[in-house]
Design a protein around this ligand. Structure first.
Ligand SMILES: Cc1cc2nc3c(=O)[nH]c(=O)nc-3n(C[C@H](O)[C@H](O)[C@H](O)COP(=O)(O)OP(=O)(O)OC[C@H]3O[C@@H](n4cnc5c(N)ncnc54)[C@H](O)[C@@H]3O)c2cc1C
Ligand SMILES: *[C@@H]1O[C@H](CO)[C@@H](O)[C@H](O)[C@H]1NC(C)=O
Ligand SMILES: *[C@@H]1O[C@H](CO)[C@@H](O)[C@H](O)[C@H]1NC(C)=O
Ligand SMILES: *[C@@H]1O[C@H](CO)[C@@H](O)[C@H](O)[C@H]1NC(C)=O
Ligand SMILES: *[C@@H]1O[C@H](CO)[C@@H](O)[C@H](O)[C@H]1NC(C)=O
Ligand SMILES: *[C@@H]1O[C@H](CO)[C@@H](O)[C@H](O)[C@H]1NC(C)=O
Length: 529
């Protein structure tokens, strides 16, 4: 059933030892926990601060330098698991001995909550799934099984190698892993045609809160619904996913057209807001505003000639020419979205390395009414500051607007023109830079409030933002009332159903983090969908 993949890793965190110095039970817990693990997990896969391999495993997939500061809560140990039973043992031992589990696949969480905690006293383990990365493509059936620790790049490469007319809709960053990405939705250049990654998951293997292995037929449809977009961590540990692969032409067409302010960038963006969501489903036309340039980037499931005619009719002001086109295979287009170049070999998709050492802060919005031109004027003025973030405008419509907002937990469907991401990335280590960068993002977010979705101000869970609020306890479980503040922004009307599923599958709230789904036992499930 489950692809039996390489190594499974578990990471245990402590806050530099002093969190353990409290009561007798708390200092005893790591030892008994570790002894419990030792029954099922080989010693070499468990890395504690005492072992020399600890730092290497700890930092192997920390992708945001905001969370490497010395006062960041550290794990008690890192356990690199290799088989499903290692994950099961970790969950069971954690529950028995009061050590929480944080699951990490690619470590790309914007707020680092797959490997650290805001609570310096929390005793927790980080279960690292980097080794659950096998991918099996069944081209004749247009299906694939892939491990949570597989990167998007590895998946794209494997599909491309199997069949040039198959693809999978997912995001652009090749080192993001399936574990977190599919748990939160997964948006990319095929979303207008085929929806999110989560919309194309047909089965999964999960370790539940009791340490049992479940698949779609054993877990039931409510549980299966929740893991496809309800956000990572809350419902268990997903080991592998069965994916429905989609059809693409042998050749697709790309362009990237750059316009600066003196080339009508502001007018073009203002127009783009209305044009892009109603283009044919085969055409995805995003805008990235970076360093005072607007990049209009397209993926078209067709030829250059057809694309050119389409843009000439629907968006003539863009001034596209046939020279802007590049016709490539779909898998080569994923290299383009990842590295901004089609000249690189496909093998770059396989690089898992952690070369890009940077600090990141992001936020997101959904836009339902085009923002007036003067709002883009004032936003552009902010973009001219040195501490400015990039803005990424992702068109909706097409498939995204065609299905009900409760089919999966991701609720942002009909009525949205596009998603706006504020993405700040910087390299200088310094608190002044950090403050300025964070402030820029928060200020623009505040300024745009009148122009974006309201009640709730809807945001995308994979662009995690702890500014929206964090969990509090009520008794011994996470408070539902408190969590609604951020939960309904991520999930709108689906939040209550997610909380009902949580009450069913993890009533004691073992899988918990700063923004995990709280259990709401009184809510009614709607099963089957
Ligand atoms: C540079 C960059 C580009 C991005 N581009 C896109 C994009 O184009 N489209 C898009 O939609 N998103 C994009 N994202 C966001 C990305 O989808 C999320 O950050 C995603 O959650 C990362 O998954 P991960 O496994 O790498 O991260 P992790 O940090 O490992 O996990 C994220 C969350 O999921 C939980 N989790 C991880 N694995 C599992 C599992 N196996 N079972 C249960 N819970 C799990 C973690 O505990 C954590 O809460 C981008 C992020 C970055 C940093
Ligand atoms: C799901 O698990 C059950 C019980 O282990 C097994 O009988 C069934 O074949 C599995 N289904 C799939 C699709 O793997
Ligand atoms: C590729 O996959 C499609 C869809 O499954 C199939 O029709 C086609 O024959 C496959 N082509 C090759 C070369 O395998
Ligand atoms: C437009 O602005 C860019 C910088 O953004 C500058 O390099 C270029 O010379 C300007 N072009 C014109 C025609 O003013
Ligand atoms: C940033 O600087 C602080 C203080 O000098 C230091 O402790 C920290 O390790 C540095 N972080 C990085 C990523 O270099
Ligand atoms: C949580 O609290 C409830 C009510 O006080 C209690 O019945 C239950 O056993 C507690 N659960 C745990 C895991 O402590």
């Amino acid at each position: 059933m489950a692809p039996n993949t390489g190594i499974l890793g578990l990471v245990l965190w402590t806050s530099r030892g002093d969190a353990l110095s409290g009561s007798k039970t708390s200092s005893a817990a790591p030892d008994v926990f570790l002894s419990c693990l030792a029954v099922d997990i080989p010693h070499r896969l468990v890395h504690t601060p005492a072992s020399s391999s600890y730092a290497e495993h700890l930092f192997s997939s920390i992708r945001n330098l905001r969370f490497v500061a010395p006062d960041t809560p550290r794990p008690l140990a890192i356990v690199a698991a290799a088989e499903p039973k290692h994950v099961q043992a970790t969950v069971r031992c954690g529950r028995r001995h009061g050590v929480r589990v944080r699951t990490r696949s690619g470590g790309h969480d914007y707020e680092g909550i797959s490997y650290t905690s805001l609570d310096h006293h929390e005793r927790f383990a980080v279960l690292d799934l980097a080794a659950f990365r096998s991918i099996r493509v069944d081209a004749p059936r247009a299906e694939a099984w892939a491990g949570s620790g597989a990167t998007l790049g590895e998946l794209y490469f494997a599909i491309g190698a199997a069949n040039r007319t198959l693809a999978f809709p997912a995001g652009s960053c090749p080192t993001v892993c399936l574990g977190g990405h599919l748990s939160g939705g997964g948006f990319g250049a095929l979303a207008r045609k085929y929806g999110l990654s989560a919309d194309n998951v047909v089965d999964a293997v999960v370790v539940d809160a009791d340490g049992r292995l479940q698949n779609r037929s054993t877990m039931g449809e409510d549980y299966f619904w929740a893991i496809r977009g309800g956000g990572g961590e809350s419902f268990g540990v997903v080991l592998a996913w069965k994916l429905h692969l989609v059809r693409v032409p042998e050749t697709v067409t790309l362009f990237s057209i750059r316009r600066s302010r003196n080339q009508s960038a502001i007018d073009l963006i203002t127009r783009w807001q209305e044009i892009s969501p109603v283009l044919p489903w085969d055409l995805y036309l995003r805008v990235v505003v970076d360093k005072q340039q607007a990049y209009f980037v397209a993926l078209f499931l067709g030829s250059c000639g057809r694309l050119h005619r389409l843009i000439r009719t629907r968006f003539p002001d863009l001034g596209m020419t046939q020279q802007d086109c590049e016709e490539v295979s779909w898998v080569q287009s994923t290299v383009f979205f990842a590295f901004d170049s089609t000249a690189m070999p496909l093998e770059v998709l396989l690089q898992r390395g952690n070369k890009r050492q940077s600090y990141v802060k992001a936020k997101s919005d959904h836009v339902q009414v085009p923002m007036p031109r003067q709002v883009w004027e004032s936003t552009w003025a902010r973009l001219e500051r040195p501490e400015a973030a990039s803005l990424m405008l992702e068109p909706y419509g097409g498939f995204m607007g065609s299905i009900s907002s409760s089919v999966t937990p991701f609720p942002h469907r009909k009525g949205n023109l596009y998603q706006l991401q504020y993405y700040s990335e910087w390299f200088e280590n310094g608190s002044a830079t950090l403050k300025k960068r964070m402030k820029w993002v928060r200020d623009l977010y505040k300024e745009l409030e009148p122009y974006v979705s309201k009640n709730p101000r809807a945001v995308y869970v994979n662009y995690r933002d702890l500014d929206l609020g964090t969990n509090k306890l009520e008794g011994n479980v996470t408070s539902y009332a408190n969590a609604r503040a951020w939960g309904e922004k991520y999930f709108k009307g689906n939040f209550e159903r997610l909380a009902a599923v949580k009450a069913m599958v993890d009533p004691e709230d073992f899988f918990r983090n700063e923004q995990s789904i709280p259990p709401l036992p009184t809510a009614t499930l709607w099963s089957p969908i």
